[in-house]
Design a protein around this ligand. Structure first.
Ligand code: XUL
Length: 513
């Protein structure tokens, strides 16, 4: 039986995983790369770094004992969404990719909504223009780097650049394409109207497939580079959220996922396209044919704790290394030593602006209520609680659309922490379920690959065959009450600070080099 390879080009690194048909993991590898932040609010990565990570992780997997390349039946790709990759006519990358969490294009987003009319943008694409959508980045390049703009031959999303390196094809699929603002999400094709209004040459854009469809095959050069057999099929795959949702079995209504990666996402499948009138939730094509999804996004979820780890946890790093432990495990233990509510220390996780529910790229992180009693452990717990409150904001909006929530499944790096899952259970006041696979997007991409070559009869069947719940954490009544009270306070803080965030942004701009 063929093995299925899933590759997830994430923000902190690339995770490549190989699965058997029953969904069990045969091998996995991870390689990281830097996030470039040349200015406050900017975020870029080198597509060449992704490619190096893809090559090295595939090679690591193929050198695992007992695995031979010809066992691999198909490859599925997943990746961070919204990033802009520009190629010239020789297929060379024109500039570093401006990635999903970059905040420089507020003006371009406003320009799109004003010029086309927000209602029309929503009519064409199911979403209003937001600074994280790819279309705004291309406009930014047009006005700030006209020389680069004039040399554009192809415009790709991050995982689709890797597809190009693997197969030589320019292709994408509906779920990732939904996050560009160039896709007619209802019709699942590029929107002629949007391309026309924004003066995007349709020839720049890749062919759009359904996520399980074969988009190309490993070519000879990539076979040499990676060790994968030439002609191995590569399916569409999915944006990391849609692919992750497939990997969590979010392919039927009633089951909702919370995934705590760098960003945090609450995700639900919908039988038809459903919209939040104010655009606070994204409404995109699902990686399942004929289905859509809605999702709420916390920009800096695991990203907030990662920031704390990088800036303040040197001591924990050293201890973790000496104990052969993950530093996040240690941070979680510290947080556990503090009572729910962090003795009044409250965190707003807006380190990279915020999408759901505020749609405000000027918002910034806040610790509120610091007292001399607070220790580093309180700060860690407050970060985890603040991120959970922000995910509760997302869930509330989803429920407001009438989406049934019978079960919530947690996944992503943050959900490895039992404590963080308990916080979600207590703050959502709902049981939180975990499943056996924790590699969400890479797993989902592999399942899509299996559906593409007929190992499974459909994406839904792939999920039925491979996904099993492994545990449920119930809300603890004492905590539920305390958190409900604290959440009220959390929700009041952003409105009181909104204008101050604007002033702060002005101050930063005035004092920029
Ligand atoms: C989704 C989103 C993030 C990125 C990075 O809209 O921006 O999930 O895909 O993970």
């Amino acid at each position: 039986m063929p093995l299925l390879l899933g590759i997830d080009i994430g923000t902190s690194g690339t995770k490549t995983c190989l699965y058997r048909e029953d969904g069990t993991l045969a091998a996995s590898a991870f390689a990281d790369y830097p996030l470039l932040q040349p200015r406050s609010g900017w975020a870029e990565q080198h597509p060449e770094d992704w490619w190096e990570a893809v090559k090295s992780t595939i090679r690591a997997i193929l050198s695992t004992d007992g695995i031979s390349p010809d066992q691999i039946g198909a490859v599925g790709l997943s990746g961070q969404m919204h990033g802009l990759v520009l190629l010239d006519k020789e297929g060379r990358v024109l500039r570093p990719s401006i990635i999903w969490c970059d905040q420089r294009t507020e003006e371009e987003a406003r320009w799109i909504n004003d010029r086309i009319g927000e209602d029309n943008v929503i009519r064409h694409t199911a979403n209003p223009a937001l600074p994280n959508f790819t279309a705004t980045r291309l406009l930014w390049v047009r006005s700030h780097e006209p020389d680069i703009h004039s040399r554009i031959h192809k415009v790709l999303l991050p995982k689709d650049y890797i597809r190009y390196r693997l197969t030589g094809e320019f292709a994408t699929e509906v779920s990732d394409a939904s996050g560009t603002l160039w896709l007619d999400v209802a019709a699942r094709t590029w929107s002629k109207e949007m391309l026309g209004h924004l003066e995007v040459n349709p020839e720049w854009l890749p062919t759009v497939y359904e996520s399980y469809e074969i988009t190309g095959r490993i070519h000879a050069r990539a076979s040499q580079d990676t060790g994968l057999p030439a002609n191995t099929p590569v399916v569409g795959g999915g944006g990391d959220q849609a692919a992750g949702a497939v990997g969590n079995g979010i392919v039927e209504s009633g089951v909702v996922s919370v995934s705590l990666g760098t960003s945090g996402v609450v995700f639900a499948m919908t039988e038809e396209l459903k919209l939040d009138v104010r655009g606070r939730l994204h409404s995109f094509c699902h990686a399942v044919p004929g289905k859509w999804h809605v999702m709420g996004v916390t920009q800096a979820a695991g990203g907030s704790l990662q920031w704390y780890r990088n800036q303040f946890a040197q001591q924990e790093h050293a201890v973790a290394a000496s104990l052969h432990k993950d530093v996040y495990e240690l941070l979680s233990e510290q947080a556990e030593s503090v009572e729910p509510g962090s003795e009044g220390l409250l965190f707003l996780p807006y380190l990279m602006g915020e999408r759901t529910p505020h749609l405000d790229s000027a918002a910034r992180g806040v610790f509120f209520g610091i007292s001399a009693r607070h220790t580093r452990s309180h700060f860690v717990r407050a970060i985890m609680e603040g991120v959970s409150f922000s995910q509760a904001d997302c869930l509330k909006l989803l429920e407001g659309l009438g989406i049934p929530v019978a079960e919530v499944r947690a996944s992503g790096g943050g959900a490895k922490s039992r404590l963080w899952r308990q916080m979600l259970a207590d703050i959502f006041n709902r049981p939180i379920v975990t499943i056996q696979a924790n590699e969400g997007p890479a797993f989902g991409a592999a399942l899509l690959a299996g559906a593409g070559i007929g190992v499974y009869s459909s994406v839904e069947e792939a999920c039925r065959v491979t996904i099993r719940a492994t545990g449920t954490q119930q809300p603890l009544l004492d905590n539920v009450g305390r958190y409900a009270r604290f959440y009220d306070l959390y929700r009041k803080l952003y409105p009181s600070l909104k204008e101050n965030f604007r002033d702060l942004q002005k101050f930063i701009e005035e004092n920029r080099e």
